[in-house]
Ligand binder design. Structure first.
Ligand SMILES: [Cu+2]
Length: 343
């Protein structure tokens, strides 16, 4: 009788809600790549499971840039080769006691920050080790067959090589473009692609902030918001910077479901370069508003040491995790010539 009832409910659910409800109501057991056995009701991981699986450090992610494996063509063109592996069975403790099935590029959400100089030839070796179809769609300029929309890469080891010239200058998102798109993005298949101008930018303490949200109960509304995935992380672990030092933040809004997000900085204003495509800033402000996949470059220096908040001025988002802090150290006595920035 129970089986019959389950079958009946299952069938009716499939008919009415073909994509989501079936997954939510069905108890599944699966094994992660590290061998852990996980029980899940669809995408909702069993709350009895209490071991954190994903090694993701938002502080490390902040200043980590992947320049690829570099070689040169005979004509002097720089070639940069990257490998990106998609997976969709990792479990991550996104907030104390809240476990979420993240879909990852190279094991993390967001995926690696790919960085190149305008005119470089890029080769991105994509391997899909997931259980679903995935791709990589890069924003920017490239041939149609490199767009990551129609060239679906199959699960279980499917491969595709994206090859194109880096451009234009700026900060661009990349993300999976398989339908249903919202589902593939909100689970975490996105990252940042920075194209530097040939003449470079002024040296600075550079960092990447991806504004994202997590819909942990699958009602197509976000339960948590963050800069770099873990809610409240940079509030509990302030980002250390120095006075009188140029700070450059590449900010990318990857929030799904909500049409806007924003970025407010305390005790300061920043010059802002929308999409980073112009080398002259468009405005000087303490607040920008970003729609989905909108992004830009913020530059600022702090004069006074101390603690300063940065957060969404959309209060709901900051109260649900999109809030952080800069701890500004007094740089007055340091020898500026000895300052080295990450490469
Ligand atoms: Cu996908």
């Amino acid at each position: 009788m129970i089986v019959l009832l389950a079958v009946t409910i299952g069938l009716s659910t499939i008919i009415v809600f073909p994509s989501f409800s079936e997954a939510e109501s069905e108890l599944k057991t699966f094994v992660t790549h590290s061998g852990k056995v996980i029980r899940t009701t669809g995408e909702v991981i069993d709350p009895l499971y209490t071991v954190s699986e994903v090694e993701f450090d938002p502080m490390e992610y902040l200043r980590e840039f992947n320049y690829g494996k570099v070689s040169k063509l005979e004509d002097g063109t720089t070639v940069r080769e990257y490998t990106i592996i998609a997976e969709d069975d990792k479990v991550m403790e996104v907030s104390p006691g809240v476990f979420y099935n993240v879909w990852t590029y190279n094991g993390t959400v967001p995926g690696p920050t790919i960085r190149a100089t305008e005119g470089d030839l890029l080769k991105i070796n994509f391997i899909n080790n997931g259980s679903k179809e995935h791709t990589i769609h890069f924003h920017g300029i490239h041939p149609a067959e490199m767009d990551g929309v129609f060239e679906i890469v199959g699960p279980g080891g499917g491969k595709f090589v994206y090859e194109f010239e880096a451009g234009p200058v700026g900060v661009h998102p990349y993300h999976c473009h398989v339908m249903p798109l919202e589902e593939h993005i909100v689970h975490g298949l996105y990252g940042v692609f920075i194209v530097d101008p040939k003449e470079g930018r002024e040296p600075a303490d550079e960092m990447v902030m991806v504004l994202n949200g997590l819909d942990t109960d699958f009602d197509t509304e976000n339960n948590f918001y963050a800069a770099n995935t873990i809610p409240f992380y940079y509030q509990h672990h302030p980002i250390q910077i120095n006075t009188n030092e140029l700070i450059r933040v590449y900010v990318v809004n990857m929030v799904e479901f909500d049409p806007i997000n924003n970025f407010h900085l305390h005790g300061n204003l920043y010059t802002y370069y929308p999409t980073g495509t112009d080398l002259v800033p468009s405005f000087y402000t303490d607040m920008i508003t970003l729609s989905q996949t909108e992004r830009g470059i913020m530059e600022f220096e702090y004069t006074y040491p101390g603690k300063y908040l940065f957060h969404a001025h959309k209060v709901e988002f900051s109260e649900k995790g999109w809030v952080g802090m800069f701890l500004v150290n007094d740089n007055a006595n340091s020898d500026e010539s000895s300052v080295k920035y990450g490469s």
